[in-house]
Structures are given as C-alpha cells and as structure tokens.
Design a protein around this ligand. Sequence first.
Ligand code: G1P
Length: 299
Amino acid sequence: MDMAFHITKAVIPAAGLGTRFLPATKAMPKEMLPVVDKPAIQYVVEEAVASGLHDVLMITGRNKNALENHFDRVGELEATLERKGDTDRLKKVNASTELADMHYVRQGDPKGLGHAVLRAKMHVGREPFAVLLGDDIIDPRDPLLTRMIQEAGKRNASVVALLEVDPSVAHMYGVATIEPTETADVVRITGLVEKPAPGTAPSNYAIIGRYVLRPEVFDVLEKTPPGKGGEIQLTDALEKMAGAPEWTGGVYGVVFRGRRYDTGDRLDYIKAIVQLAVEREDLGPDLRPWLKEFASNLD
Ligand code: G1P
C-alpha cells in the first residue's frame, strides 16, 4: 500500500432534519432512533472504528445535542449501575463512550451533502478520509469500508461503494457509469449523476453511503455550484474528479454484495430492525418462531 495513503479519519454527516420520521424526530435527531437497542449512529461509528478509523468528525446541526451526549460519559447513570453491580448494562453504557475520538462541527446552512463534507476541511487537512452516511448500516460480517480503503490505497484514488439496484429505484441514488477493471469487485467510474429522472439512469450501479476520498475533493467542492434540489452535491464533485484523474487520481467503485440495512425511511427502518433482531443471539430464538406464526396468520 502507498504509505502516503494513510487514513485515520471518518466524517459522518448528521445534520439532516429527519422529516420522514416526524413526529419521532421533532425533538430528537433521527440518528438516535434505536435499531433494536442501539441508536443507528452507533452502528456507523462502530463500522468506522472496525476499519481502523478512530478519529470521527460528525457534521451536526441544531437539535443534535443527543448525539454528543450519546458518545460522552453519563456520570449519574454509571454510578447507579455500578452501585447495583449491574456490570452488563454498565458495559453497554460505556461502549459508545470509549468507542472513538469524537469531534463535532455544525453545518450551519443546510446546503446539501457536498456542503456538509466541505465543513470537514479544517479537521481533515490534506489527508484521504472516509465519509459514512448514517442511513445505511453495513453488516459487520461483510466488511465494505476496509475493502474500499485497501483499493483506494492501492490506486491512490477516491473510492465509492456501489450496489446493483433494481432500475425502478435508481432515481433515488447517485448513479455511476462504469468500466470493469482487472479486479472482479472493482470498477472504474467514468461518470456520475445525482438522482437521475426515472428511466434515465446510466446504469443500475447506485452509490450507497460509503466514500473514501482524496483531499482534492475539498478543492472541487469549493467550486461546485448547487445541483439537484438546489443543494451542493457530493456526487457532482465526484463526477468532476472522475473526469480529472491527472490530479485527483480518479474515482473507482467497490461493488458491494453483502448485507446492508437501510434505515432511511420508515418501511426500510422496520425491515432493518426485524432483520437484525432475528439474527441476534439474545432475541432471535424467541423472535423467529413468533415471526413465522405472525406471518402465517397475515391476510
Ligand atoms: C445521498 C447521495 C446519493 C447516494 C445516497 C446513498 O443521497 O446524495 O448520491 O446515492 O446518499 O444513500 P440522500 O439519500 O442523502 O438523499
């Protein structure tokens, strides 16, 4: 691996308003919604750490104090659990505190994902870094980010995660035009379009929320005008980088074929909870037979 490609930092945009989950998100950030018994955001931070990225910068906004509190000590609760000798629960409480070296910056104006990522410029400096979006949970048994970091280092390039989606949903994603490479799960990206109109997507390779980016992305983002939805789009910056490999290293995609749980809308969120709970040692054995019976009684 190229030693110049030393990566230690993860950036997690978490400034969205979570309007799809109102009223639950009226006073609480959507990232704190529990997926089984852990807030969605904790899975994402755990994934970053599992890939060796211990320095985590969250891009937050108003109403997001619960996020900072979740990754900080909670003295009174810890003392109570300690007094009771409840070491199991104490462990659970401390896990998120000890997970990573957390940093926070506010986005300010809600000008889009590209703008949120640009807010990480001062913290990241001139190093490659990862971006993880909170709506996607990647199963820890199918390591994706680690694979992306490997490829980014090998190619000294930026790498996004791609998923082959049904063409009918391609318009909900950033979609890539691709060419094969010598590596089966890696493609070279020649073009990108953010949320193409239905029926116009250049392929069914959709970006899912994982990126390993070279710092040149900041230079490009600074010059990226508002795009789709009037927002500064990360996809548009990557499209520029894909077209300028001489100084950006180009953009590649790692095609993910593992387990991914989408928590971005209500239906997917419910599915994610069921999928994850069914596989849990503590809940699965009771949930599975119940679920079967429940399903057989539907209609
Ligand atoms: C963002 C990106 C989009 C990407 C998606 C993945 O969109 O802009 O390119 O495909 O995340 O989840 P959002 O879902 O935030 O609208």
